[in-house]
Design a protein around this ligand. Sequence first.
Ligand code: C5P
Length: 235
Amino acid sequence: MKLTPKERLIFALDVTSVQEVKRWVRLLKGYVEIFKVGKELFTACGPKVVEIIHKAGGEVFLDLKFHDIPNTVAKAGAVAAGLVVKMFNVHTLGGLKMMEAVRESVDKTCKRGRRPIILGVTILTSMDEKAIKQVGIQGPVKNRVLHLASLAKRAGLDGVVASPLEVKDIKKKLGKDFIAVTPGIRMPDSKPDDQHRTMTPAEAIKAGADYIVVGRLIREAKEPVEAVKKILEET
Ligand code: C5P
């Protein structure tokens, strides 16, 4: 997918109030088009934040990582589609049937209108080999990610969320049109925080990422707009 740097950047709005949402969206207007609403913000403020972002001219990636029985996830996906978000995600570990069910229900809900991009979360970018072993998944991480991404494609999802380290292989195996969204973005001199499988914005795009998700690198910068400009320049 050929996108501009501005179209590729997703800002993780990991805040807990409507005031902060409005402040960030206002501050980054003109530089960021897609805002990610995750579990923290959604739990604190609910679906009204999606409306607030839309009203301000932004688009939404609803990052609630649905992981439940097929019927529940299918219904949650239809509700997400009703919010007219640009993209939302489910956990690939919920299984093939769950992913097929959500895709079918969203297709039905959006028969005539625009359908959101449905992504599968593979292995969280915060998990390394040791962490996946602890939960009973045998490594190497890359193989597991590729396996789960293939399952997502088989279910008819549009792409996956994966670490930038796996993007090249995902594109090679599943084709360049299968969307790759990558969190785990850090600068060489920034602290990794809880992320383990990271790359810089430029490296992630070079590896083939269609979208990059950036949170703390921007939110915790002394000059957030400058941080965004730097990312846009290098990607
Ligand atoms: O602050 P940072 O840039 O690490 O934020 C990354 C964002 O991407 C967080 O909101 C996190 O929930 C999200 N995310 C992730 N790994 C995934 C999926 C989403 O880090 N596999």
